[in-house]
Design a protein around this ligand. Structure first.
Ligand SMILES: Cc1cc2nc3c(=O)[nH]c(=O)nc-3n(C[C@H](O)[C@H](O)[C@H](O)COP(=O)(O)OP(=O)(O)OC[C@H]3O[C@@H](n4cnc5c(N)ncnc54)[C@H](O)[C@@H]3O)c2cc1C
Length: 608
């Protein structure tokens, strides 16, 4: 076992982790970034459509309208203080990225170009507004490369292909983490004053997903096991447009550029569900509409998909119908959506400038995660009590600006705004905090779990368990939910957990590059996340945002303006024992600080 000591350890090298590392270093801290992937392979690099900021470069916009759209899109469960910070600091964060050298698309007069996106409106919902700043359809790639270069320039220490498997808690504080070095199998203990989790999401819980194979919810599972709660796990977003069967994402930017959804009868069906904003309604609304069309037999050829059409002929027809003067041609589509065209041509044999793309909803984004305040400090209860030394930012965190449903482009904003705040908070904290000593044998428990998996001699392959879990979650805890389906999914998860703990088998018993071992360990995280998602979803007896229950169809503001906290029975510092059931705490109220001064921010029925 090797022990390293740094003021701050950042787990994860996506947009949130790199931004936090950069700001912690600039603030004078000695920082290590520990990442299971080589940094530029993080999922942030696949983000396509854009990053939202009310720059107002093409038409009038304001951060207050951005905050309003965020809260409304979140179906009023957003913590409004966080939504306000997000919208206000987005502007500065985007300009900062520009100054770091990020090659944004430009307007004719040289400013950052902006396009439409779902749920982005001006004047409190009156009409669509151009707010999404973009670098073609590879915005996330540009952000990740830009931030990585900056981190290298500022001497951040990188531990690439180090897989974090545990968080260390001593005397009520987080004092570091334990990692496996992929290349050698060696155990490393990172001793730190501050640890920030930026490990991204967990789309791999479901069978059709836009998420990379690595998105297995490690950060939330690791901290949950040691007694840090997770928040709002029932809110998981299905993006409406994934490539049929493959789940690969087709950005909302396609609809932002004028693309439309078409059913098996050739109808633009969103006119029925969202008469004003149509194909640019928020994602939960569109995913449900697609499911309803399919359920009523109006999928393409009666099957379970619909079309997304961005051919210039179709787009221009609808632009003309709407009285807009703008027209597009094939060159324009090629220049604005090059990666999307490439995906469809490569994986589907479909050329989107000539024919429509077959799409279906795909598991995409976790609104829930490790609860934090607006400084990315982890909080452990309804009184917002901070646990010293623990921070979280990005998709794994739940600062809850996104509430029950995230708006397109708001995740990239979340990464840079709250990653930056986390980095600054850490730089301040480590200046005055001392190192809390490591406990005796800090890696013993997790090593014994890894050894159990490595030497397992049961009959069940991890791949079998994974597939069954993904199917159960897709069927029972997907776009639509009801009690019996969720209970069936939960029974299945408990049975699979039992097999994971007592009947597992893996092939590779070695130390070097043992991806068999680490993928099996990741499966354990997925099972925990699936369990936490399902029990949270069963508990919330209403429909809100991405959580849509057929047995409780209405949103219930009187009873449910609360966050769902799920906690380990044994509390902070719990030991890693299998089979402990979580408990639910529903006492954390939603922050309504904007609605206290402006009644437009009070919950209303959503209309589009
Ligand atoms: C296809 C796609 C397109 C998207 N498009 C957009 C968009 O246009 N606009 C938008 O706002 N949002 C978009 N999103 C969402 C957004 O990209 C993600 O929410 C965001 O990038 C997550 O960033 P992150 O920094 O939290 O984590 P990630 O970028 O996912 O990075 C996670 C990091 O954690 C590390 N890690 C994980 N587990 C461990 C472990 N156990 N030990 C060590 N390291 C670990 C990984 O190595 C990685 O470096 C998109 C998402 C997808 C999947």
């Amino acid at each position: 076992m090797k022990v390293h000591q740094f003021d701050a350890v950042i787990v994860g090298a996506g947009g949130a982790g790199l931004m936090a590392a950069l700001y912690a270093v600039k603030g004078g801290a000695n920082v290590a970034v520990v990442s299971k992937l080589y940094p530029t392979r993080s999922h942030t690099g696949t983000a396509q459509g854009g990053i939202g900021a009310a720059l107002g470069n093409l038409e009038e916009d304001s951060p207050l309208w951005h905050a309003y759209d965020t809260v409304k899109g979140g179906d009023w469960l957003s913590d409004q203080n966080a939504a306000k910070v997000l919208a206000e600091e987005a502007i500065d964060a985007v300009i900062e990225l520009e100054h770091m050298g990020l090659p944004f698309d430009r307007t004719e007069d040289g400013r950052i170009s902006q396009r439409r996106f779902g749920g982005h409106t001006s004047d409190f919902g009156k009409k669509p507004v151009r707010r999404a700043c973009h670098a073609a359809d590879r915005t996330g790639h540009m952000i990740l490369q830009t931030l990585y270069q900056q981190c290298i320039k500022h001497n951040v220490n990188f531990f690439d292909e180090f897989h974090v498997v545990d968080v260390i808690i001593n005397k009520g504080a987080v004092v570091g983490c334990v990692a496996v070095e992929l290349g050698t199998g060696e155990i490393h203990v990172f001793h730190s004053k501050a640890t920030l989790f930026a490990t991204g999401g967990w789309g791999r819980v479901w069978s059709v997903t836009s998420n990379a194979h690595s998105l297995t919810g490690d950060g939330a599972a690791i901290t949950y096991r040691r007694g840090i709660p997770v928040q709002d796990m029932e809110f998981y977003q299905f993006h409406p447009t994934g490539i049929y069967k493959l789940g690969i994402l087709i950005t909302e930017g396609v609809r932002g550029e004028g693309g439309v959804l078409i059913n098996g009868r050739g109808e633009r069906f969103m006119e029925r569900y969202a008469p004003n904003i149509k194909d640019l309604a928020s994602r939960d609304v569109i995913s449900r509409s697609i499911y309803l069309e399919i359920r009523e037999g109006r999928g393409i050829k009666g099957k379970d998909y619909v079309y997304l059409d961005v051919t210039p002929e179709t787009v221009n027809r609808y632009l003309a119908e709407a009285g807009e003067s703008r027209r597009i041609d094939r060159d324009y589509v090629e220049s604005k959506l090059p990666d999307i065209l490439d995906f469809c041509r490569t994986y589907l044999g479909v050329d989107p400038v000539r024919e429509p793309m077959p799409i279906q909803p795909t598991a995409h984004y976790s609104m829930g995660g490790i609860p934090t305040n607006v400084n990315a400090e982890a909080v452990i209860d309804e009184d917002w009590t901070v646990i010293p030394g623990l921070y979280a930012a990005g998709e794994v965190a739940c600062v809850s600006c996104h509430g029950a449903n995230r708006l397109g482009t708001n995740s990239l904003v979340d990464l840079v705004v709250f990653g930056r705040r986390g980095g600054m908070a850490i730089a301040d904290y480590v200046k005055h905090a001392d190192f809390v000593p490591l406990p005796a044998n800090p890696s013993a428990e997790v090593e014994s779990e890894l050894n159990r998996i490595r030497s397992s001699t049961g009959k069940t392959r991890p791949g079998e368990i994974r597939q069954q879990m993904q199917r159960a979650m897709m069927d029972g805890v997907g776009v639509f939910r009801e009690e019996s389906g969720m209970k069936a999914a939960l029974d299945c998860i408990y049975e699979l957990k039992e097999r994971f703990n007592n009947d597992l088998s893996i092939d590779d018993k070695g130390m070097k590059f043992n991806t068999d071992l680490l993928e099996a360990w990741e499966l354990g995280c997925l099972l925990d996340i699936a369990e936490l998602t399902t029990i949270s979803a069963l508990e919330r007896k209403e429909s809100r945002g991405a959580h849509s229950r057929e047995d409780y169809k209405e949103r219930d503001d009187a009873n449910w303006m609360v966050h769902t906290l799920v906690e380990h029975q044994d509390g902070i510092g719990a030991s890693l024992r299998a089979g402990v059931k979580p408990r639910i705490n529903l006492n954390k109220r939603v922050d309504t600080s904007l609605s206290d001064v402006d009644e437009r921010f009070a919950p209303k029925v959503r209309t589009y």
